[in-house]
Design a protein around this ligand. Structure first.
Ligand code: HEC
Ligand code: HEC
Length: 278
């Protein structure tokens, strides 16, 4: 018998408990929750699996900035766009004077929202394959499956709906910043800015009007030059959020999608050139 044993023996239960927790915490899968990746969407997914992915996409890509999903509330709902609950039942036969099939209609409403305007709504929805949603073809299919599931049983699979040119394939890099020609007025539209911002003073859309006087005021509150404030607002919208506007709605990825030249050209178009004219 050595002299250490009497001290160690009473501690054995404690070692056992610690040992158990060490084992247990290593046993718990060491994963963090991650958004489903576009790469996981492929032809082997069932329509129900696609619909689940589509639900996440609809939540994360800004659709709910305009649309609500309110069962029983009718087409109007409380959003700026139609209530999507029951859209599959409502459009089971497509639309009068337009496409006569649910899947084709849903695909069209994502690719070319202006092709058929739901009565009582303005033509403000950006095509889902452009900013801000920038859906790939596979993501469009998943969203169609999810929309189908709002009232009916989803049936679409990858490959069932056409893949028009313009929708990038899964795995391809995000669309190169749109408006590569750096024509700022065209960029303002193609990047989706126009859907949320007006250039007319006081005209509030989803975001504030980007007129020079109100931008100057916001910049001075932020103690920045108007140019620096403008660039910060685009590249890092969360850095400073205007009160009275929905938070987290403006896409966060413009900073990675725009080249410096494009950003500069947009800034000059929106601020400098108009400041000079004043
Ligand atoms: C800027 C606001 C806005 C955003 C963002 C937006 N939509 Fe829309 N959407 C509308 C409006 C307004 C209409 C009705 C006018 C029309 O038909 O284009 C509409 C129409 C639709 C319709 C047809 C509904 C019906 O009852 O026939 C579907 C489906 C749809 N949107 C899905 C989506 C999805 C999915 C997204 C996200 C990828 C999205 N929308 C993003 C505003 C928006
Ligand atoms: C889906 C809607 C949406 C899109 C698309 C969008 N924005 Fe915004 N933007 C907002 C909202 C909402 C705010 C106010 C909340 C905040 O500060 O984030 C905002 C804030 C801003 C501000 C700060 C304005 C101020 O007065 O403080 C600027 C500048 C701006 N956006 C420019 C742009 C430009 C340029 C684009 C296109 C490249 C763009 N936004 C695209 C919704 C949008």
């Amino acid at each position: 018998m050595n002299r250490v044993a009497p001290y160690v023996t009473p501690l054995i239960p404690a070692f056992a408990v610690i040992g158990f927790f060490v084992w247990f915490s290593n046993w718990i899968p060491q994963t963090r929750w991650q958004a489903p990746q576009a790469q996981t969407i492929n032809a082997s997914l069932t329509p129900a699996e696609l619909a689940k992915v589509g639900q996440t996409i609809v939540r994360e890509r800004g659709c709910l900035a305009c649309h609500t999903i309110e069962p029983g509330a009718g087409v109007k709902g409380a959003g700026r766009g139609p209530n999507l609950a029951g859209v599959a039942t409502r459009r089971a036969q497509g639309v009068e004077g337009g496409l006569g099939n649910l899947v084709e209609y849903l695909a069209q409403s994502l690719y070319e929202p202006g092709a058929y305007l739901v009565e009582g709504f303005a033509n403000i929805m950006p095509p889902s394959t452009s900013a801000p949603a920038s859906l790939s073809y596979e993501e469009v299919v998943a969203v169609v499956a999810y929309l189908q599931s709002l009232g009916k049983t989803p049936t679409v699979k990858v490959g069932d709906i056409p893949n028009p040119r313009g929708a990038r394939a899964t795995g391809e890099a995000a669309a190169p910043a749109t408006g590569a020609t750096a024509d700022p007025a065209a960029m303002f539209v193609s990047l989706g800015c126009e859907a949320c911002h007006s250039l007319k003073p006081g005209e509030v859309k989803l975001g504030p009007a980007l007129d020079v006087p109100s931008m100057k005021e916001a910049a001075s509150q932020r103690r920045m030059s108007i140019e620096a404030y403008f660039v910060e607002s685009i590249v890092d919208p969360k850095a400073y959020e205007r009160k009275g506007f929905p938070s987290g709605v403006m896409p966060l990825d413009y900073g990675t999608r725009l080249t410096a030249a494009q950003l500069d050209s947009l800034m000059r178009y929106l601020i400098t050139s108009r400041l000079e004219r004043q």
